[in-house]
Design a protein around this ligand. Structure first.
Ligand code: HEM
Length: 572
């Protein structure tokens, strides 16, 4: 039947018809290019045939035939170019069949980590996807992650750069997006040696204390004003100020006075554009067109945020020129401006001013949203698990007791609180697919031939919920970490919310301290309950995916200044 139709269509328009027949045959041959497509194609042929039969072939149908032929040719060309872009490799990991042109883009949905976790059940721990023209491999098990980070770290150390992140030449100054090489190494060294060493950490403890105390005041004020608190808002202001103090020696935001609001908002906006899926990333031809306008919006908001950063940098350059005070304590910005690279090792002699602006901005974005996401999820889980909440409070009573403020050294004695943080990061890693890596060579990996340039997603969200690794993986059970040495510092591949290997999060030592100190302080200073009318059963745990994974509706809770409950203390 189909053949008859096709034959008659040939008579309709000899040129178009031949092309149709050829393409149709090819598509039927490659059944994995979707039945849906065959169906649409068949309908076009069928309609054309009917028109021919009733001798009503007019311009409209002539155009349909011509356009569908052009489309068919485009498909064939894309098919060939895809084959070429696979580096000729046939030995690729399994994966779902893709659509013509768009490949597996529809397989991702708005929550790619969840959809990819489902696909893992069908295709196993390594999945191959074609996202438009971008070859992508998804790593979804602890063993595969170990193989990647332990035995092949160097080969997978590149970064894919999205169109949005090319706005204002951001990618050229960024550390997170720098390709593996001397510039990236120099920046890592400055961060680890100057900002995040143990000594620096100790020196900056009072800064963390101050920022957390300010947050307590904002929470109390909001409680008085509104009767409930949006926790994430205050945590994000707190961590923004914290990094501002470490880098620029000043507070930048204050929710009461709206001070620094413009800078804070422009940073939040540009983070939002950075996380939006952009078709231009998957079809090189669309890059110039920017069909969703994402790059344009990014240029606006990132441009504004960079102008703020540049203002701080310029002021500091001036201050350093006229500085009489030789004993002024240097902060991270001073160190960036003083940096002298090892040119023999290929490092830049100095970091250019425009790149200093980018780095300053990057540390704000990398730290604020991740810390906020983790602490918001921790509070949600605790407020929905009364037993865990009372256990962690009992531990705080026991160890910290009546002291009004918690010191960082107290954290060592709070293993249950530490387990709560690990459990939160297991279930709710803020960067669920890590920052995408890229294969910098053709590489043999776990029996497959992975072509150079392949984008790599590591699905830490799926790894954290893998039933072959974790008992009751979907339950919030901090106890699982109580007599276990598993932690998130990049050695235990079942728990890698900060990544692992050379590109592991450079801010981990800071994040580790901030998460514990802030959570302990929130719980020690306030008695928390859900808003009236809200119960754990009614709590909507839906996720919202931006650059980090956040709760779709921000958590609102009621905070009451806490006096230690002697009964709980006695009972434990
Ligand atoms: C809960 C807190 C945090 C989490 C979960 C987190 C997670 C991550 C992850 C998953 C990566 C990518 C790793 C990879 O590509 O394999 C990363 C990279 C990075 N993080 Fe964090 N992060 C956190 C806090 C911070 C903080 C506080 C800072 C800044 C002081 C920071 C700065 C960075 C930077 C600069 C990179 C890029 C590193 C590179 O490409 O070499 N992060 N982080």
């Amino acid at each position: 039947m189909r053949a008859t139709h096709m034959y008659k269509i040939i008579k309709l328009n000899s040129c178009c018809g031949r092309i149709h027949l050829f393409c149709y045959g090819r598509l039927l041959q490659k059944r994995n290019h979707s039945n849906m497509f065959d169906l649409i194609w068949f309908c076009v042929c069928e309609r054309a045939y009917l028109h021919w039969k009733t001798e009503r072939m007019d311009w409209t149908w002539f155009c349909v035939c011509v356009w569908s032929s052009i489309f068919a040719w485009a498909l064939l060309l894309v098919g060939f170019s895809n084959k070429k872009s696979r580096g000729g490799s046939k030995n690729l990991p399994p994966g779902p069949p893709g659509w013509p042109v768009i490949g597996n883009m529809l397989d991702l949905s708005s929550k790619p980590h969840q959809r990819l976790a489902d696909l893992k059940n069908k295709y196993g721990p390594l999945i191959w996807l074609r996202l438009g023209s971008v070859n992508t491999m998804v790593v979804s098990s602890a063993d595969a992650a170990m193989e990647m980070f332990k035995n092949n770290d160097l080969s997978f150390n590149g970064r894919t750069i999205t169109e949005a992140m090319r706005a204002c030449s951001y990618n050229e100054g960024s550390m997170a997006l720098a390709q593996y090489g001397p510039y990236w190494r120099a920046l890592r060294r400055i961060c680890t040696a100057q900002l995040l060493t143990n000594t620096r950490m100790k020196e900056s403890e009072n800064v963390r204390r101050k920022c957390i105390n300010n947050m307590h005041t904002w929470i109390s004020d909001e409680m008085e004003e509104k009767g409930s608190v949006e926790i994430a808002r205050h945590v994000s202001y707190m961590s923004f100020n914290l990094i501002a103090n470490l880098m620029l020696s000043q507070d930048l935001v204050d929710p009461q006075s709206k001070q620094g609001d413009e800078f804070f908002t422009s940073v939040s906006r540009f983070v939002q554009w950075g996380g939006k899926p952009n078709v231009a990333d998957f079809f090189p031809l669309l890059k110039r067109l920017d069909p969703q306008g994402i790059k344009k919006k990014m240029e606006r908001d990132l441009g504004l945020a960079l102008r703020f950063a540049s203002k701080f940098v310029k002021e500091r350059i001036q201050q350093r020129k006229s500085d009489q005070d030789e004993h002024r304590k240097k902060d991270f910005l001073d160190l960036l401006l003083e940096f002298q690279g090892d040119q023999k090792a290929g490092e830049p002699a100095k970091i250019m001013e425009k790149d200093v602006n980018v780095l300053i901005l990057e540390l704000f974005t990398a730290s604020t949203d991740t810390v906020t996401s983790t602490l918001e999820w921790a509070m949600i889980e605790l407020l929905c698990n009364a037993r865990v909440l009372s256990e962690v409070q009992a531990e705080l009573n026991r160890v910290v007791g009546e002291k009004t403020s918690i010191e960082e050294e107290d954290i060592e004695g709070l293993p249950y609180l530490q387990a709560v943080v690990k459990e939160t990061l297991r279930l709710h890693p803020p960067v669920p697919l890590l920052v995408p890596h890229k294969a910098i060579d053709n590489i043999e990996f776990m029996g497959y031939s992975i072509p150079k340039g392949t984008q790599i997603f590591v699905n830490v969200w799926a790894i954290g919920r893998d039933p072959t690794t974790w008992d009751d993986p979907l339950y919030f059970k901090p106890e699982r970490f109580m007599n276990s040495s598993v932690d998130y510092k990049g050695q235990h591949f079942q728990l890698i919310p900060f990544g692992a290997g050379r590109r592991i999060c450079v801010g981990l030592p800071l994040a580790h301290r901030v998460l514990h100190l802030t959570l302990a302080s929130l719980l020690h200073s306030f008695e928390w309950t859900l808003e009236s009318g809200m119960t754990p059963e009614k709590m909507d745990m839906k996720e919202r995916m931006g650059i980090t994974l956040r709760k779709a509706d921000p958590l609102k809770a009621v905070a009451k200044s806490r006096h230690i409950d002697q009964e709980t203390k006695g009972a434990t």
